[in-house]
Design a binder for this molecule. Structure first.
Ligand code: HEC
Length: 198
């Protein structure tokens, strides 16, 4: 009887040792072998969050604050007039700097009712995307494209009139083809182009 339980004990012990050994090994190899990549949808979400946060901080903590205190206001001809860039121009300047880094990442604001015609949609994806986010502004319109031999993941996020100043300025601007933007309405989109490793 005692002999039997001795052999049972040995077998169970060996099995448990093997099992924990395996677990230890596999978790060890997992640590050495990290996941191979973040899905492009997630990368787009991260970048979109940063760009929007920077734009919001610039708008409320710089433009609106300086204007309220009578220090300096924002103006379209900010460079010549020594004033502050408009939030849209701040984003455009930032995207220009990013494009200079030549890592392939690109972003820009586009609209079917652009004040600056350079911000009008140019590709089929951009045209279809603007229609899609107009109907459903909660989700980005996404897709893949190849340009100059590089494959990109594209995501177009709705750009909404979050404050009265958005619609006030756009509706009154002489170059704006649309004069009846409404609060919370979709004014255009933020396009992200993320290069994919080949
Ligand atoms: C004081 C005026 C002003 C305010 C306020 C303003 N914009 Fe604009 N916006 C402009 C101008 C001017 C441009 C064109 C910039 C350029 O590309 O030279 C522009 C560009 C844009 C574009 C790109 C398409 C286009 O019209 O050229 C979008 C989208 C946009 N703005 C959305 C917004 C949103 C959303 C807000 C509020 C959060 C906002 N704007 C606030 C003046 C303004």
């Amino acid at each position: 009887m005692h002999r039997k339980s001795f052999w049972w004990g040995l077998a169970v012990g060996a099995f448990v040792t093997c099992l924990f050994g395996q677990l230890g090994l596999s978790s060890g190899s997992k640590a050495l072998d990290p996941p191979r990549g973040i899905p492009p949808e997630m990368v787009a979400e991260y970048l979109h969050a940063i760009i929007q946060a920077d734009r919001a901080v610039y708008t409320t903590e710089v433009v609106e604050r300086m204007q309220m205190r009578g220090v300096v206001s924002a103006a379209e001809n900010w460079r010549e007039s020594g004033r502050l860039p408009l939030p849209a121009q701040f984003l455009i300047e930032a995207s220009r700097l990013v494009a200079e880094q030549r890592n392939g990442l690109r972003f820009r604001l586009i609209s079917n009712w652009a004040i600056n015609k350079r911000n009008s949609p140019t590709t089929e994806f951009e045209k279809a995307g603007l229609t899609a986010i107009q109907a459903n502004s909660d989700r980005p319109y996404t897709g893949f494209t190849t340009e100059g031999g590089t494959r990109y993941f594209q995501a177009l996020y709705a750009d909404k009139a979050v404050s009265q100043s958005c619609i006030g300025c756009h509706n009154a601007h002489p170059d704006s083809p649309k004069k009846d933007f409404k609060l919370q309405g979709v004014m255009g989109g933020l396009l992200l182009m993320i290069p994919l490793a080949s």
